[in-house]
Design a protein around this ligand. Structure first.
Ligand SMILES: *Cc1c(COP(=O)(O)O)cnc(C)c1O
Length: 406
């Protein structure tokens, strides 16, 4: 029998463990609502933190760009794909994050998966936070460097690992905002450790760019390691499909490092450039983010975060406490409500869905065993009534859980 037939059994095994994933077909509606397989749901699962994916300014930028540039880029940026729009975007991104130079990629996953192997290789050493995003992990694997994983946010352990490593080239990898916990890395200490041990720091700010720092300039700007304070040993990476509401990513930093990445990153050289229409959409988005509109959207987002945290704080509602649920300490748009066991997390997700709410349950192995959670993602597209609706539904579900376990 051909091994190809085994895929039926392997898929059945996924079903047996409730691990088979299914996609929903969605159409955006008003605000944070999505039409999902024909049903209108209030969504708390999007990383469109500022609601910019639906902004009229971005739509208009794309319409104009299509008339001017057409659709596809036609070739790698190393050949004829590097449009004047993409070049302008790179200068604007560098300016926005206060770093000397930026390189614009068509996707965030591909960026990290391929810049890590461009920077280090066999005989070199990588140091990676245990909760880093999959694309950093995959980049580490591709690089063939020795990988040292340190416990999440345990910078003492990182210090010890860096000190013990005999490698001459050391690269530290960290998310700036951790995607399943919503906490922010201690970037100042990470940078200080890199100075002490002559290491390079690569920060992935997929969830911070547009939201954190002055004018949304990101997590690195928030700690002053940009502009006059820019460091020769930091590479800053951020994505453009989350708070920026479009698609793609960029890496920014010292000229010699960015120039090296331009020369050696395979997903840059051997992939068709991002279409100019997307670069123009990002440029329009960046203007919003840095301007009064962005400030207003960030205020909205902060208000929703405060509203949710107040509503779920210990003591605020006995039902949440009685169910044993805990909101993790996060100041960002990612607000994880830890429920504990997988079945309860799934049944709460289902109960919310019955009430027209889409809040994703995240289970191991994406998160540690026993910490299944609802990953509540807030956005400037939510209004106060949306968060109230969520709070009411969570309280009802908590009361049911507390009763079932009493
Ligand atoms: C989403 C995400 C990426 C991938 O970016 P895409 O542009 O969606 O491919 C990379 N890193 C982190 C931390 C992310 O959350």
């Amino acid at each position: 029998m051909s091994w190809l037939n085994e895929f039926d059994d392997r898929l059945a095994a996924l079903d047996a463990q409730s691990l088979r994933r299914r996609r929903r077909e969605v159409v955006p509606e008003q605000g944070a609502r999505l039409n999902v397989d024909g049903e209108s749901l209030l969504a708390f699962c999007s990383n469109d933190y500022l609601g910019l994916s639906q902004a009229p300014e971005l739509r208009e930028a794309v319409r104009t760009a299509v008339d001017h540039y057409g659709v596809g880029a036609g070739a790698s940026p190393m050949v004829s794909g590097h449009s004047v729009a993409n070049a302008a975007l790179e200068r604007e991104l560098a300016g926005a994050v206060g770093l000397p130079r930026a390189l614009y990629f068509y996707a965030g996953y591909a960026t990290n998966a391929s810049i890590v192997p461009a920077l280090v290789g066999e005989g070199d050493a990588l140091f990676s936070d245990a909760l880093n995003h999959a694309c950093l992990i995959d980049g580490a694997r591709l690089s063939k460097a020795v990988v040292h994983r340190y416990r999440h946010a345990d910078l003492r352990q990182l210090d010890a690992l860096l000190a013990a490593s005999p490698a001459r080239r050391k690269l530290v990898l960290s998310d700036a905002v951790f995607s399943m916990d919503g906490d922010v890395a201690d970037i100042a200490t990470l940078h200080a450790l890199c100075e002490r041990h002559d290491a390079l720091l690569l920060l992935d700010d997929a969830h911070g760019f547009g939201v954190l720092g002055p004018q949304g300039r990101g997590a690195l700007a928030a700690v002053g390691l940009t502009g006059a304070g820019a460091s020769p040993r930091v590479l800053y990476m951020a994505t453009l499909g989350k708070a920026l509401g479009v698609a793609g990513a960029f890496v920014a930093g010292p000229d010699r490092l960015v120039e090296w990445l331009l020369q050696k990153t395979r997903s840059y050289t051997y992939a068709t450039a991002a279409p100019a229409l997307l670069a123009e959409a990002v440029r329009a988005s960046l203007r919003c983010v840095l301007g009064a509109d962005g400030e207003h959207r960030r205020q909205q987002l902060r208000a929703r975060i405060a509203q949710l945290r107040t509503g779920l704080a210990p003591g605020a509602d006995g039902r949440i406490d009685a169910a044993g649920w805990t909101l993790m300490p996060s100041d960002t748009a990612i607000q994880p409500l830890v429920i504990g066991d997988n079945e309860t997390a799934l049944s709460v997700m289902a109960a919310l869905r019955d009430q027209g709410l889409w809040v994703p349950a995240i289970r191991p192995p994406t998160v540690p065993a026993g910490t299944a959670r609802l990953r509540i993602a807030l956005s400037a597209a939510h209004d106060a009534a949306d968060v109230d609706t969520l709070l009411r539904a969570l309280r009802m579900a908590a009361a049911r859980t507390a009763m079932a376990t009493a």
